[in-house]
Design a binder for this molecule. Sequence first.
Ligand code: G6P
Ligand code: ZN
Length: 583
Amino acid sequence: MVLFELSRKETSPIDGQKPGTSGLRKKVVVFQQPNYLHNFVQSTFNALPSDKVKGATLVVSGDGRYFSKDAIQIIVKMAAANGVRRIWIGQNGLLSTPAVSCVIRERVGADGSKATGAFILTASHNPGGPHEDFGIKYNMENGGPAPEAITDKIYANTKTITEYFIAENLPDVDVSTIGVTNFSGPEGSFDVEVFDSASDYVKLMKSIFDFASIQELFASPNFTFCYDALHGVAGAYAKRIFVEELGANEISLLNCVPKEDFGGGHPDPNLTYAKELVMRMGLGKSNPQDEPPEFGAAADGDADRNMILGKRFFVTPSDSVAIIAANAAQAIPYFSTGLKGVARSMPTSAALDVVAKNLNLKFFEVPTGWKFFGNLMDAGLCSICGEESFGTGSDHIREKDGIWAVLAWLSILAYKNKDNFNGEKLVTVEDIVRQHWATYGRHYYTRYDYENVDAAGAKELMSYLINLQSSLPEVNKIIHGIRSDVLDVVHADEFEYKDPVDESVSKHQGIRYLFADGSRLVFRLSGTGSEGATIRLYIEQYEKDSSKTSKDSQEALAPLVQVALKLSKMEEFTGRSAPTVIT
Ligand code: G6P
Ligand code: ZN
């Protein structure tokens, strides 16, 4: 047994350690500054109740991005010195964000131990590498991100910190080899266990979905599949689940080897950044060499986001959650007794609302940010939820879950095709979506992102839009001056949310303009960027008439887009004549 000693180190506060929507995200060089990570980790330990540190079992892992390996060693040494009893690490330091949530909730150690929290090392969909982003966030005992009360405390601690504790002579842990290493320090034993990154998660997925029926889908001669992990951590799960468990061909996996820099790409699953998949699915500028697969999907760096595609067909995340909710009880065993309720974030389209109404389900509209769903789930009010930002999930864990979403879609395909497995023509992703529109109507939807614009200009644009809201007649005069074929705005506000569980109120959650026909324009500033400001403009129009649900969405939304850009004076405030990304 290796003996270690504790050292107390003096330090002083470092500016700018306020956790954002999903933890602290900064450039790697910022994290590499002396004491930067140490201060944040000690501030986190100091913000937790002492029984969640002393004697506790904590998980430390992430999406494997650059600096993760160094960060893991630092956190292990600090945990040892702070009296943590046990650290669990996914092999090679890899655990997807949903897998961390699963491990906290489900994993039981050989001696019956359970984890009470986790440091997740990721900056999600932001690029990685020596000149890109690193991130760290803390998740709690329910498997969800720390609530604001804790993150506020962490931040307050970073502003007053004077010391941290570290076991300097603790040898580096070999994270590549599965097994337990025992150490002994002044406060007793300290163990580090490296375990297989996928098994707990695979077990959970098998308890939710009917793997046998998905295997039949994969075995059917007309089904073809493609999964792009964008070199994020999803690759570690894709091989196990899609290939080994479900029988997909290994060549259907694209970019499934996790890389520290995501192969130089931007690991965000959307039509702009998942270029290779988009091309292969027949949605690129030129036609692919081979016939596109029937089903395609992608994940972000830490595998909590997803994009779902059919052959030459894009499923908007807003439609995706609505379609999963509409079919879950029939197609997914976990939901066979019905859904407790459903929820979406405010900027997500109202497609889910229509399903909730039809199926008589409890429905919630929350601000942007997965944490708002967690409270509803803990209170048993919500089973399935989703966001326009490519996040979909359920109450099986407390994070959104990219692979879960793919399995949900595969389950729906398997269910709809249960009589077509012998070579009959398959019901496709596109058929399922068009059928959904025919039943529930279609919410034409698009999002325009203006990334990394000047922060002052972005702020001015937002204030301008808020001021405009005080006079609807003035708004309508401007709008009709731009287009005569757009209806009146009947309500305009800033979205505000009162949590039905803890009654907390969240204000200023996005600027809304609501039109007489249910169309909406929403403007928000992104909470996840690490440089400048990103303006997001969400545009939505509802079409109930099933004969009008098959237009191209950019075409259908063109009048509203024109109104949005002129009304907000987008070019004037940002100097941008076109968005960075359109989804
Ligand atoms: C993260 C959160 C999501 C949220 C998204 C919004 O991914 O986990 O819940 O929807 O950020 O990002 P934004 O950049 O629009 O603030
Ligand atoms: Zn993510």
